[in-house]
Design a binder for this molecule. Sequence first.
Ligand SMILES: [Zn+2]
Ligand SMILES: [Zn+2]
Length: 351
Amino acid sequence: MKPGRQPTGNSISQKVEDTEPLPVNSSSGHQPEPLVSPVPQDTMSDHPDSYIAYSFTEKNGKLQKINVPWKDPQEGEIVVKVLACGVCGSDIFVGEQQLPTGLPRIPGHEIVGTVWAVPSTEHKFKVGERVGAGWHGGHCFSCDMCIAGNFSQCRKQTINGIFRDGGYAEYVTLRTECMIYVSEDLDPAETAPLLCAGITAFNSIRHMDASPGDLVAVQGIGGIGHLAVQYAKAMGFNTVAISSSDAKRELAGRLGASHFVDSSKEPPAKALQTLGGAQMIVCAAPNEKIIEEVLMGLGPNGTLLIIALARASVSIPICQYLSIFRHLLFICCFGWLGGWLIFDLLLQSLL
Ligand SMILES: [Zn+2]
Ligand SMILES: [Zn+2]
């Protein structure tokens, strides 16, 4: 039997008896309170010798079912038993090697799970707690970006499921500095997509200039767009959903859109101008042709926010639009702090 394992299955196992408190300076004779509780915590639940994962093993190949040997977490890491992992469009970047991830690589960066093993040095996360992790997979705390607080732009950042193995697996080893707690009141499968698609929409929209009551359009009601409509509604915007499929009309209304534009039947820019012009257009579908078509739907000083990864070039005749919009932004996420707020918003909607 491995150290830390118990014979009765999946509950928390034996205590670690030799965990040391942080050293205290006793030269003055005064014993200050330790910064961290010295109470030892359980560091590992019962675990297998190996576990199943799905990995890209060759360029343009299919996901392969593999067995991964168990490895105990090192300082700064924890092992999470995966309850749910969302499927993101960028997972295919690994299979196609559009990013130099190296192969084999286990994709998946929308992870919700249970803390299963921690090193004895871990003082924040405890075995049995519900946690989540997204795209951002770790930062160094010491580069110029980190010192400025821009952790998601760390010079040495890593990305879950891209540059380190992700959540298409029974277990995943994650860095703690970019993890969050997840309420057990939330369904893991419904929550996981919020950790990439959700935070991309939420954190970008809330940092724009639009105010409650403004006309805000969301182009593309797919993985990101259907969440963007809900956030836009919750932020008090007069929300317009734009889709090339009339089949999305009913869904968009249910998600909170006040207006629906079928871009296969009417020019979306003209429809938006009829409504007064958009303060912000959120492009959430990777369709460069539609992005070009919606531009003239912006009102004065409007913002075009592109959060879709269109693979072809987007052509923008700058002179024609110079007086129309002042912001043209390509956003991924602004910091990880939004990870907390996003769940607050969801929890409030459940109350
Ligand atoms: Zn993603
Ligand atoms: Zn850094």
